[in-house]
Design a protein around this ligand. Structure first.
Ligand SMILES: O=C(O)CCC(=O)C(=O)O
Ligand SMILES: [Fe+2]
Length: 333
């Protein structure tokens, strides 16, 4: 087995961005045009120890506890189809259990169809008084959201378009998802589709994210690999105290591929691995159509409006066919 080269990602320092806005803005554009992944330093408000405790609190509970918030797909008597818990599924090359939630839309918001499960209310586990799971995670969601907005403003400045050109897409009812993940190492023989080159085994197969922007807390764990422009896989060097940022298909596609949604995967490292990704996604009805920059530059083919929700649903359910999404109901819109 030959190990992948270890690669230090470029650093975007949010403290530096306060005083050196233009330089950091130019750097983030360069990073997204060329690498698609960066460390984000000096994110104030992130509580890495708390996120770790959160993973330990939830994933160490017995299955009977976790399955109370399990999706309907695996527990038909539950009502949640999208939020809540999903278990490790034997035979899948993606070997992880997950708890996920979102910022709930107020119940009196009549603009959301009850059939639109993207806005399903989050399902929370019962707490035992030892860790404020819901309050803590809801607070960290807002830190992640605000951090993404700051990064998007820097992207706009670097591209020379109005500072809020992207940020405005996340003011109303974002569809973002916050996950805590536990990857147990493989026990016994992994399925054939988990085997990759050099005798290695994945716990998340290679993919691009489908969202707009992802902020990942990988703690002290190795295992994340990214594909370089030459097609070679490299391991992302561990940098505790920083977030790892990448962008997803939605953002990349709007810009005609100018910003890269970089392929990545998670390798089995032989120990229980935990990570916490935040997937920034716009509202269901938000325009994420192609040729977005031509709205500002007047150059190139014209912008083609397209709604986020239908596009991403087709992507995750019918094109990528993710095991946790492929049975989600279609939505009438
Ligand atoms: O756990 C990780 O390090 C990465 C996870 C990931 O790529 C994803 O959930 O999309
Ligand atoms: Fe990913």
């Amino acid at each position: 087995m030959s190990a992948a080269d270890v690669f230090e990602l470029p650093v975007i320092d949010l403290d530096e961005a306060k005083s050196n806005r233009k330089e950091v803005a130019a750097k983030i554009v360069d990073v997204l045009e060329n690498v698609g992944f960066a460390y984000i330093d000096n994110v104030h408000g992130i509580d890495y120890k708390g996120l770790w405790d959160c993973c330990q609190w939830f994933f160490s509970k017995p299955f009977e506890f976790k399955e109370r918030s399990m999706r309907k797909q695996w527990k038909p008597e539950n009502n949640n189809v999208y939020r809540g818990y999903f278990p490790v599924i034997e035979g899948e090359p993606s070997r992880k259990e997950c708890f996920e939630f979102a910022r709930d839309v107020p119940s009196d918001d009549k603009s959301v169809s009850p059939d639109n499960w993207f806005y399903e209310k989050s399902t929370w586990p019962e707490e035992d008084g030892t860790f404020p799971f819901k309050d803590f995670l809801q607070g960290q969601y807002e830190v992640m959201h605000d951090t993404c907005i700051e990064l998007l403003k820097l992207c706009s400045i670097g591209l020379g378009i109005p500072e809020n050109a992207f940020a405005d897409k996340f003011v109303d009812k974002p569809c973002s998802t916050f996950r805590i993940l536990h990857y147990p190492p493989w026990e016994g023989a992994p399925p054939s589709n988990a085997h990759i080159e050099d005798g290695k085994v994945v716990t998340t197969p290679e993919h691009t994210d489908s969202d707009f922007m992802t902020l990942l807390t990988p703690f002290q764990f190795r295992g994340l690999e990214v594909m370089q422009a030459d097609g070679k896989w490299v391991e992302v060097a561990v940098r505790p105290g920083s977030l790892v940022m990448n962008i997803g298909d939605t953002f990349s596609r709007m810009l005609g591929g100018k910003f890269k949604a970089t392929r990545h995967r998670v390798i089995d490292i032989g120990v229980d691995r935990y990570s916490v990704p935040f997937f920034l996604s716009p509202a269901f009805d938000t325009d994420i159509g192609v040729n977005f920059l031509s709205l500002f530059t007047g150059e190139g083919p014209p912008h083609v409006p397209e709604k986020y929700g239908p596009w991403v649903l087709n992507t995750i359910k019918h094109e990528k066919k993710y095991f946790e999404y492929k049975v989600l109901p279609d939505i009438d819109y």
